[in-house]
Design a protein around this ligand. Structure first.
Ligand code: ADP
Ligand code: MG
Length: 389
């Protein structure tokens, strides 16, 4: 975990966090700073907790944690971005032998408490910290893993562990399981820890083996579109369970095969094949709007021919907004493929396209979308790091 110079894009976030730290903690100077990225998953959805392949890349969007050690055994944390219904500050005693931390309110602090409790280099002393992030919260770009991994990376400076990266990712995942009650797979924490600039990361979620896949072609762009909607996970509890389970399993088996093929296609710079696989993935995950996708599949786009395959809707985790965004993206000349990304029920889509089409695509998608979209054009970034001050 070498110290690299702070990238220009990161400097404003770091500066804002340091200012907030001074204001919140009586002018105390920041002595430690860590950053961890969010991620976008290019393909391989709902396969990580099923022991399959995923192909995410780390984003230039991320979360910083800045702070300073204290002597009174108290941990005080301020976040500059929390859900609207939650306080931005929390304070609790550092865990001691026989008095472990436990989850509580505010909910956002549970991700941090979980990491502190499962940290492998403890006991963790008292500290003051400020969190600042440019990842949308709950938008499917994994602000939760970025928060966990930034916290862990911060603690590594406060009281070093053995530096094992896999164990770090697993401890952060365990924090999310046990303190945030979210039974997530390993993808988000893995990519936030192990991402590499200019690369996507193929992760075998069963063996935890990883392969870096270069993604530096200047003629190519990755466009993330935030639907800015979040639906709750209802409708999953259905009665016809036999058939449901069958179709869900069919998605997972197909998606694992697609992800392996997609990694190979990316390696070969075969973006048409990659785009076709993205659309197949989306259709397999889709809930509705078959008509919209059918129409899009007939459009003359680079991956067009391959998109005319049966739509199976095996996982039903998309929603009309995501389907709309994908359909609109597929109508733009120069788009190779597009799909929902993340858990589903809202959040973001990811689109692979010619760099020269990025501007046009954003205008067209916004024009077609019934809601208000937010766009992020991002390159594959590095995993978590210590920031120089
Ligand atoms: P995602 O990981 O896709 O953004 P999650 O629902 O898994 O969505 O995680 C979002 C939650 O993580 C937020 O509701 C909040 O509790 C917590 N969180 C993430 N980043 C921050 C942050 N910078 N400050 C406070 N809470 C955060
Ligand atoms: Mg999350």
């Amino acid at each position: 975990m070498a110290e690299a110079p702070v990238e220009p894009g990161l400097a404003p976030l770091l500066a804002a966090a340091c200012r907030a730290h001074g204001a919140a903690f009586g002018g105390a100077a920041v002595v430690l700073a860590a950053w961890a990225p969010g991620r976008v998953n290019l393909i391989g959805e709902h396969t990580d907790y099923n022991g399959g392949f995923v192909l995410p890349m780390a984003l230039q969007l991320g979360t910083v944690l800045v702070g300073s050690p204290t002597q009174d055994g108290t941990i005080s944390i301020l976040t500059t971005s929390a859900e609207a219904d939650e306080p931005h500050r929390v304070q609790f005693p550092a865990p001691r032998q026989g008095s472990p931390l436990s989850p509580g309110q505010p909910r956002w602090a549970n991700y941090i408490k979980g990491v502190i409790q499962h940290y492998r280099g403890g006991p963790v002393p008292g500290f003051n910290a400020v969190i600042a992030s440019d990842i949308p919260l709950g938008g499917g770009l994994s602000s939760s893993a970025a928060l966990e991994v930034a916290t862990y990376t911060f603690l590594q400076q406060l009281c070093p562990d053995d530096g094992d990266l896999v164990a770090k990712a697993l401890a952060c995942q365990k924090a999310e399981h046990t303190f945030a009650s979210m039974p997530c797979g390993i993808m988000d924490q893995f990519i936030s820890v192990m991402g590499k600039e200019g690369h996507a990361l193929l992760i075998d979620c069963r063996s935890l083996d990883t392969v870096l896949v270069p993604l530096t072609d200047a003629s190519l762009a990755v466009l993330i579109t935030n639907s800015n909607v979040r639906h709750t996970l209802t409708g999953m509890a259905r009665s016809r369970l036999g058939e449901e389970v069958y179709r869900r399993a069919r998605h997972v088996v197909g998606e694992i095969a697609r992800t392996a093929q997609a990694a190979k296609a990316l390696q070969d710079r075969d973006y048409r094949t990659f785009g076709r696989l993205m659309v197949e993935s989306h259709n397999s995950l889709s809930s509705a709007c078959r008509g919209v996708l059918r129409k899009a599949s007939q459009a003359s786009v680079p991956g067009g021919a391959g998109m005319r395959q049966p739509i199976t809707d095996d996982y039903e985790v998309s929603c009309p907004e995501l389907d709309e965004l994908v359909a609109a993206a597929l109508e733009v000349n120069g788009v190779y493929g597009s799909r929902m990304t993340g858990g589903g029920f809202g959040g973001c889509t990811v689109t692979l396209l010619e760099a020269g089409a990025a501007e046009r695509a954003q205008h067209y998608i916004q024009e077609k979308y019934s809601g208000t979209a937010t766009f992020y054009l991002t390159k594959p970034a590095s995993g978590a790091k210590v920031l120089p001050l």
